[in-house]
Design a protein around this ligand. Structure first.
Ligand code: SF4
Ligand code: SF4
Length: 357
């Protein structure tokens, strides 16, 4: 059973972070030449729930990361927007405050266009055999995972496991994970408003006679259009696709832990929105801010995060009290499957001891 350390929101200051992360401090550990990645999500343009630069700075200080050997990083995405290629992504990160000299440089981990890969073979008990991770992992000695715990359209919720599995994948790896998620249009619900066309970075949505249609050859399964459709006309057949998506994402998470040392996972339980930081409109928080968790176990920290959100008093009548709020919002997406798969394939343990700071 691993410890999950918990810093309540009222103690989120430099002293609190220092105590939270004291068991994981880098001082005197490893070689002076070690390269350390701080894996963040700088937020899509228009998103406001991402973990801000000032809090990332506090994490770096509390861990005492070597200043000139540390870099911030993330990977490019499959869909249109400012995170699709490295130049635009670096500029977006800058606009969101992730810039020198206040912070280490932000370096995109999978190359200029997301095609720089590092292949990692998984053990035989996994369904995926070869993973295509971001090439930066091949030269990274340590990684610190800084995740925002919140809802997610396809995974139910997103925390450390999703940040590992999807977040370290190169574009081909993301495509592999998403390829089981092929949306369809329920034609009688489509009002031809065209809102979905503007968010599809793959030009896969095509206007037809009485509704739009999706070209399966072009669709990457990113799910952006599902979120955007105001009438719920774009759907997924969840039962089969959800399992495949979760399995692949968690297996990619395992691969990332095989590619580099990850001594600490940090989950921020603030601005807990129904949708993720990839969304321009992530929606209002579903519970009050809770605090920050730290652990060496990605499964334990996500389980503890889910338990704390479940126990929190809800905002709004549409969120259940004392129940899994993410499942209440999306009954077809049980994010706990990530935890079950993660434990089964050896990524971590759902048992944990909560240590409150
Ligand atoms: S059709 Fe939807 S899921 Fe497919 S690529 Fe376009 S936005 Fe993404
Ligand atoms: S957003 Fe929904 S209703 Fe509007 S065109 Fe697309 S599928 Fe139809």
């Amino acid at each position: 059973m691993n410890d999950v350390r918990f810093l309540p929101v009222s103690k989120m200051n430099p002293e609190g972070f220092s105590e939270l992360l004291s068991p994981f401090r880098f001082t005197g550990q490893g070689s002076l030449n070690d390269l350390t990645a701080v894996k963040i999500h700088p937020g899509e343009e228009g998103n406001s729930s991402y973990i801000p630069a000032s809090l990332v700075r506090m994490i770096i200080n509390a861990l005492d990361l070597p200043e000139r050997r540390t870099f911030l990083t993330d990977t490019t995405v499959l869909y249109g927007g400012r995170r699709m290629t490295a130049p635009d992504y670096v500029s977006l990160a800058y606009d969101h405050g992730f810039k020198m000299p206040e912070l280490p440089p932000f370096i995109v981990a999978d190359g200029l266009a997301g095609t720089d890969e590092y292949l990692v073979h998984l053990p035989s008990h996994c369904e995926t055999k070869i993973t295509r991770l971001a090439s930066a992992l091949s030269r990274t000695d340590n990684a610190v995972m800084v995740s925002h715990f919140k809802g997610h359209l396809l995974a139910g919720f997103g925390g450390s496991i999703k940040h590992l599995g999807m977040g370290w994948a190169a574009k081909a790896g993301k495509l592999y994970q998403h390829s089981s998620v092929m949306p369809y249009v329920k034609t009688d619900k489509c009002t031809m408003c065209n809102a979905c066309l503007s968010v599809c970075g793959s030009s896969a949505i095509i206007p037809a006679t009485n509704s739009v249609r999706i070209d399966e050859a072009l669709c990457t399964g990113c799910g952006e259009c599902i979120q955007r459709c105001p009438t719920g006309a774009i759907r997924i057949s969840w039962n089969q696709e959800s399992h495949t998506f979760m399995q692949r994402m968690v297996e990619y998470a395992l691969a990332a832990t095989m590619a580099t040392k990850i001594p600490v996972y940090v989950n921020f339980l603030i601005n807990i929105s129904p949708d993720c930081d990839c969304m321009k409109n992530e929606g209002p928080a579903i519970v009050d801010d809770i605090g920050v968790l730290a652990s060496s176990d990605p499964v334990a920290i996500d389980q503890a995060s889910l338990d704390l959100v479940t126990a929190a008093a809800p905002f709004g009548e549409n969120v259940a009290s004392g129940q899994d709020k993410f499942l209440h919002i999306r009954p077809e997406r049980d994010g706990k499957e990530q935890l079950v798969i993660g434990e089964r394939i050896g990524l971590g343990s759902r048992d944990y001891r909560l240590v409150t700071i």
